[in-house]
Design a protein around this ligand. Sequence first.
Ligand code: ADP
Ligand code: MG
Length: 362
Amino acid sequence: MNDEQAPAHTAAEPVPVLEAVDVTVRYPVHRARGESVHALENASLRLIPGRTVALVGESGSGKSTFARTLALAQKPTSGSILLNGKPASAQGRRARRDYARRVQMVLQDPFASLNPLHRVRYLLERPLRLHGSVTGREDLEQRLRALLERVRLTPPERFLDAFPHELSGGQRQRVAIARALAVQPEVLLGDELVSMLDVSIRLEILNLLATLRDEEHLAMLYITHDIAGARYFADEIAVMYAGEIVEYGSAEDVTQTPAHPYTRLLLDSTPDPDRMEFLAGRTNREDGEPDAATDDYGEPPDLVHPPSGCRFHPRCPLARAACRTESPPHVQVTDRHWARCVLLVEPGDGASRDTTTAEVTQ
Ligand SMILES: Nc1ncnc2c1ncn2[C@@H]1O[C@H](COP(=O)(O)OP(=O)(O)O)[C@@H](O)[C@H]1O
Ligand SMILES: [Mg+2]
C-alpha cells in the first residue's frame, strides 16, 4: 500500500488554528538587580479545531501565564503566537478586537469575571452587539435565547433577567461560557474553569464543554492542576513544571505510560479516574489548587532563581549528578509523545525498571 510509505504525521497532521512557538515570558521583579520571574520557558503548543489540549501542572507552574500569552494579554519576552499560521497582532483597537473575537478566555471565578451589577441579558447583549451582526431587537432577543440554550440554561426567560448573585456557581460559569460563545470564537482558553465549582457540577460543565467543542468545532485549551480530570476530558496533555513543558502526548499515553518523573508523581498523588474520585475535590485551598507546601513531593522552585540543569532535579526521586548541570534532552518516546528527561536516553537504576523507559531504549 502506497499510503504506508508516507510518514504518518504529514498526511494526517491537522492544521492548528492557534500556535505558540518557543514562547518565553519573564516578569521583571527587581529591575536594579536585573531579576525576573522565569515564568515560561520556550513553550510551544498547537491548538486544533475540535480538539482539546490540557495544560496540567501545580500552582505557579506558568499555566495562566501561558493562557494569557495565547490571549495576547501578556506580551512574550521572546517567541511568537500564530493565528491560522500568521503572527498574531494586538497592535491597535481593531486588531485587538478581531483577535478577541476569535480567541476567547474563560476564567476560574465567574463571580470575578461577571459584573455583579448587570443582569445576564446585559452581560450577553454586549458581546453579541460588539461582534455579531445583530439586525434588530427581535433578532437580538432570539440570539440571547439561543445562546442560553446552547449552554443548557433553560428556559432562557428564567435566566435573562437574573443577576449573577441570583445564580448558582455552575449557572454563573455557564453564563461566562455563553458570553465567550457569543462572539463565535475559534479558540476557547479555559483557565481552571471548573476548579471552583462544586464537585457535583464539575462533570456537567466538562460534558457541556465537550459537546460545544464537538458541535462548534472549537479548539480548546483546558488548564487544570488535576491530571485525572485532564485524562477524562482532553485529547492531548501537556505537563508543565516550573514554566516548562516537560511532557506532551495523547491523554492516553501521558497518563498510561508517563515518561517524565514529575508526571508519574502527579499521577501517583491522584486517585484512579475510572472511579471518578478526581471529582471529589482533594484540596483545602480556596483556589482549589493542591497545597504545594504540604504535598508529599517537596517545595515548588523559586522561579527568580530557577534550579540549574533540569528544573525538576531538586524534587526528582531519580535525579543524578548530570541533572544539576545539564539541560534535559527532548526525547521522542513515540511518534506523538515526548518528554524532557535524561533518564529516557540513559536509564539509571531506578528508571530502567520502568516500562516506558524500556520502550525508549529498545
Ligand atoms: N504579573 C506577574 N508579575 C510577577 N510574577 C508573576 C506575575 N504573574 C505570575 N507571576 C509568577 O509567575 C509564575 C507563574 O505563575 P502563573 O502563570 O500564574 O502559574 P499557574 O497559573 O500555573 O499557577 C509564578 O511564580 C507567579 O508567582
Ligand atoms: Mg493559574
